[in-house]
Design a protein around this ligand. Structure first.
Ligand SMILES: Nc1ncnc2c1ncn2[C@@H]1O[C@H](COP(=O)(O)OP(=O)(O)OP(=O)(O)O)[C@@H](O)[C@H]1O
Length: 446
């Protein structure tokens, strides 16, 4: 009974702790059920079990209690509980044991095949592909960086999958910097630091995600630095990711930051409209396999790609919700339904572009002075760009007409409304103007 409801709890936790934590820690757990008040989970390694117990115990426990009031505690067991697992492993050095080398679980969806390539990520993708060929080490480390949800983890997992498939002989270790620190601290505590060092130095490819996490953590940084140097000296490939460039990570020791810049540092740029559209199409095909096909009206993907520009994870969440909703109630996905079903997401991902930015960009584009945009002049060369800026302010910000009016030199809201209507009308008749507006919108979104 508890095991049946675990999927629901796991999904709730995804919202609470985020996709990436969920993927690393909660998704790999299997709920085995409840006996005498003890809820048992199977974890893929002791490391995962310990971590979940320390970090998410309260969140999981509170939910379990709402299901079965006789829950008294949780227990994590490791590996396969059948008698096969009871066979004693031959005595091997710790470093050679699979469980110890086990990094974070790899997501089965993060392959190169389903990574959509566009201008903003083509270099990062090409570099990742090169590393995944496992040819001679040409750049070491490969340092991938970029904002939240732009595909760093996806690319790292894709490298790991590809290497596992092509070169099963290689020891590939992927983990987050947080896990690196946890294992280091655990090794210190258990006096197993030599095992720790041997383990990390015995890998052929080391991949560390979100390295900014160790900034400011002195002894972890120190150990990381030595591991890093030892592997580079042996010509072993290292792949690192972070949310910013090495030189910009606050409290990261200068010697580490400079070592990281010795290889290839590549940036995943924020997505552009075309990339978002491509990702939506690709993900929709994937979702159709799990949820069954649904009918999606023309213009829905374009609308989403315009409106949800924050990060790909949010875009994916939006699409998933539409699929779930549509297949549950058996309704096709129309623009109206999208606005209804995703109203919270659309509100919160409203571009943080400001009226002032819009005025500046539009003034630059039409080569007029900002003071004229705000001032009283009514000549066409000034009034037209001003109306376009009003229109974009209404479309791209959540400001009301009176608020926009105040920002346009204290104009009345009816003047703004008139400007907006005028542009809506002109857009249908003047293709050049329409293109100008689309261009401006994209510039402002990027
Ligand atoms: N170019 C892309 N093609 C397909 N899916 C993508 C692409 N970029 C990102 N995604 C998807 O977006 C989601 C978030 O990506 P990912 O977890 O790799 O981001 P990240 O850069 O590691 O973010 P964070 O900084 O939060 O760790 C994933 O589901 C991933 O598959």
């Amino acid at each position: 009974m508890v095991a049946d409801q675990w999927t629901g709890i796991s999904e709730e936790l995804r919202y609470e702790i985020g996709d990436s934590n969920h993927k690393n820690w909660i998704a790999p757990l299997e709920c085995l059920g409840i006996t005498d008040g003890v809820v048992r989970f199977r974890a893929p390694s002791r490391f995962v079990g310990d971590w979940v117990k320390r970090t998410y115990h309260d969140q999981i426990f509170a939910r379990l209690q709402t299901l079965a009031c006789d829950v008294s505690r949780m227990e994590f067991i490791v590996g396969d509980p059948t008698p096969r697992a009871a066979v004693a492993a031959p005595a091997t050095s710790k470093a050679a044991q699979g469980d110890d080398l086990q990094g974070a679980p790899l997501d089965g969806k993060y392959h190169f095949d389903n990574f959509v390539v566009g201008k903003p990520n083509e270099l990062a993708h090409a570099a990742a592909r090169r590393v995944a060929e496992a040819g001679p080490v040409t750049f070491n480390p490969l340092f991938l960086y970029g904002g939240v949800g732009l595909g760093k983890t996806h690319l790292m997992h894709a490298i790991a999958w590809e290497l596992k498939a092509k070169r099963p002989d290689l020891q590939v270790l992927y983990l987050s910097a947080e896990q690196f620190m946890y294992r280091f601290v655990q090794a210190l505590r258990d006096r197993e630091i030599m095992d720790f060092k041997n383990l990390f130095r015995s890998v052929d490819v080391l991949m560390v995600d979100d390295v900014q996490f160790i900034a400011g953590k002195d002894s972890t940084q120190e150990e990381f630095f030595h591991t890093f140097n030892a592997l580079v000296d042996q010509n072993k490939q290292i792949v690192i990711s972070a949310d910013r460039a090495p030189g910009e990570i606050k409290d990261l020791e200068a010697r580490i930051s400079s070592r990281m810049q010795c290889g290839l540092v590549v940036d995943l740029h924020p997505t552009n409209y075309e990339l978002r559209l491509g990702i939506l199409q690709r993900k929709a095909a994937q979702f159709a396999q799990s949820y069954g096909s649904i009918k999606i009206d023309d213009g829905v993907f374009e609308f989403l790609a315009h409106r949800i520009t924050t990060n790909v994870r949010v875009l994916e969440g939006a699409l998933q919700r539409l699929f779930a909703f549509s297949s549950l109630i058996g309704q096709e996905v129309t623009l109206d339904m999208v606005q209804d079903c995703l109203s919270d997401m659309l509100r919160s991902s409203e571009r943080r572009v400001t009226v002032e930015e819009i005025q500046r960009k539009v003034a630059e584009h039409f080569n007029i002075r900002l003071s004229d945009m705000l001032g009283p002049k009514r000549t066409r060369t000034i009034a037209r760009p001003r109306q376009i800026a009003m229109y974009l302010s209404k479309e791209m910000t959540s400001r009301s007409l009176p608020e926009i009016g105040r920002r346009f030199g204290g104009r009345d809201h009816t003047t703004i409304l008139h400007g907006v209507r005028k542009v809506v009308e002109m857009r249908t008749q003047d293709t050049q103007l329409n293109e100008d507006i689309e261009l401006l919108r994209r510039l402002l979104e990027s």
